[in-house]
Ligand binder design. Structure first.
Ligand SMILES: Cc1cc2nc3c(=O)[nH]c(=O)nc-3n(C[C@H](O)[C@H](O)[C@H](O)COP(=O)(O)OP(=O)(O)OC[C@H]3O[C@@H](n4cnc5c(N)ncnc54)[C@H](O)[C@@H]3O)c2cc1C
Length: 457
């Protein structure tokens, strides 16, 4: 249910195990992958991280080549992404992880095209899913109740397995609750980030062949922005603020906001660039994780993945990649047979989500607030990461190690490898020596984005 990234990739995984896979979505689709009502975030800058790209390529061979054919550019993250934290640029080099540019619409419509060619898969647009069909003892889901989006008779569609990929607005908890199932506990970290995105035409001589310009905030200035090459000479530029601080949507206000960021690169990109649209806004309220993996009882014949389970701070650009990695988990679980699917799938998918969740939550923890006891375990690592990112500004090897984890091609634990830890410790020693001798060094101000409220159940 849902033909977004998660639903399409789940369909690909299911097609190896089932004769017939029907993907239902209430929206209509076009070849351009333009923003559609069911995906209001679709007009905003979306990066497909290398870890997600590799996962999609594994599920849909030819995906990368198709994106490039449609005008995307391919390049090493460390070489072609200009990334800043506050005023400071992370050291350039090569980290061995490739990114391909392309809008969210391009990513989705490319996957849509490839999935629709998989034997046994049918994608049915204009169809709203209204509810589950559950067996008389409620232990098994037997299908879904559907209706044409624009009105018409309700139909029952039988299925051996229903996969909820309806995104953050999923109604699965409500559907399960009505059948006497426990509602999964939900972790939530409120961030209230407001985005405005505009598209611009930028000649290649001006963008220097870059794929992305990412300017994160710092404790001195929480405003941030990201620009991504979309195709040919088109770029999308998203600016964001927190706690009611919102970029203007009109062109002069938008450009002015870009000038208030700590580093100058985004302002340089948009200054005088030809605008291609009127802009779009989005308010992202909270990181959210529904813990299906903790439920003691779950009906058979039902799964959920993608934003329907976990929706993370867009600043890290992880959502589509995590959907892809969960689809790989689904494929692997299905290859071991149908028995106890939910009991195997949800914990394995949660293992994929745990680290990105930790990174997203940690970025929004107010470091002036005393830690809760359960946060203490991560405290040392958080501090270590601050030092490492500070080092990544002038040490290309530290930058490469950091970027490989941000790109989801290496786990965070790889940052504790002796080679990396040694370089971080050298920096620590250097910092201590300078503090003793009163010397200054042009360092990076590290710290968290503004945190507002953390609740965990
Ligand atoms: C501002 C912003 C920027 C982002 N930037 C990035 C980024 O740079 N990189 C990244 O990887 N991620 C990013 N994300 C996150 C990313 O958009 C999501 O993680 C991703 O789209 C989740 O895909 P999904 O398929 O799970 O859900 P969705 O994309 O939300 O798709 C859900 C689908 O279900 C359909 N649907 C819903 N209910 C029903 C129903 N009852 N019946 C039938 N169909 C239904 C909808 O029409 C839709 O097609 C960003 C998010 C935001 C808000």
């Amino acid at each position: 249910v849902g033909a977004g990234i998660a639903g399409l990739l789940a369909a690909r995984a299911l097609a190896d195990a089932f004769d017939s896979v029907v993907v239902l979505d209430r929206d209509d689709f076009d070849d351009e992958g333009l923003a559609r009502p069911g995906v209001p975030q679709g007009r905003h800058t979306h990066l497909l991280l290398p870890g997600g790209l590799n996962a999609i390529e594994g599920l849909l061979p030819g995906f990368t080549a198709d994106l490039i054919e449609r005008g995307g550019r391919r390049g090493d993250v460390q070489e072609r992404v200009l990334m800043c934290v506050g005023r400071h640029r992370i050291a350039s080099g090569r980290c061995g992880a490739d990114l391909v540019s392309g809008s969210r619409g391009m990513v989705e419509s490319t996957a849509h095209r490839l999935v629709s060619r998989v034997p046994g898969v049918e994608i049915r647009p204009g169809t709203s899913v209204l509810d589950l069909i559950v067996g008389s003892d409620a232990s098994r889901v037997r299908g879904v109740r559907v209706a044409p989006r624009d009105g018409g008779p309700v139909e029952e569609l039988a299925a051996d397995l229903v996969v909820d990929a309806t995104g953050r607005g999923s109604r699965l908890q409500e559907w399960l609750g009505r059948r006497g199932y426990a509602v999964p506990g939900e972790s939530s970290v409120r961030i209230d980030e407001r985005y405005v995105t505009r598209r611009f035409r930028v000649p290649r001589e001006r963008d220097r062949g870059l794929l992305v310009i990412a300017q994160g905030g710092s404790p001195a200035n929480f405003r941030s922005g990201i620009a991504a090459h979309e195709r040919d000479d088109v770029w999308t530029v998203s600016l964001s603020g927190y706690r009611g601080d919102q970029p203007a949507r009109d062109l002069p206000g938008f450009v002015d906001f870009a000038h208030t960021l700590e580093a100058p690169y985004l302002a340089e990109l948009v200054d005088g660039a030809e605008p291609l649209d009127e802009g779009a806004s989005y308010r992202f309220v909270s990181n959210m994780w529904r813990h299906y993996e903790r439920l003691p009882r779950f009906p058979s014949g039902l799964l959920a993945l993608g934003d329907a389970v976990c929706s993370l701070d867009p600043v890290k650009g992880q959502g589509m990649s995590l959907a892809a990695l969960q689809a790989v988990v689904l494929r692997d679980c299905l290859s071991a047979g149908p028995d106890g699917l939910a009991e195997r799938f949800f914990p394995a998918a949660a293992a994929v989500l745990a680290e990105p969740w930790m990174v997203a939550v940690s970025a929004h923890r107010d470091r002036r607030r005393p830690r809760q006891p359960r946060e203490l375990a991560g405290a040392g690592f958080e501090r270590y990461l601050d030092l490492l990112v500070a080092g990544a500004v002038d040490d290309p090897r530290l930058a490469a190690d950091f970027l490989r984890t941000a790109a989801l091609v290496a786990p965070s634990s790889s940052l504790l490898a002796p080679r990396t830890a040694g370089r971080v410790l050298l920096r620590l020693a250097d910092r201590a020596r300078r503090a003793r001798t009163g010397q200054q060094r042009g360092g990076l101000a590290t710290g968290a984005d503004p945190a507002i409220r953390v609740t965990q159940q």
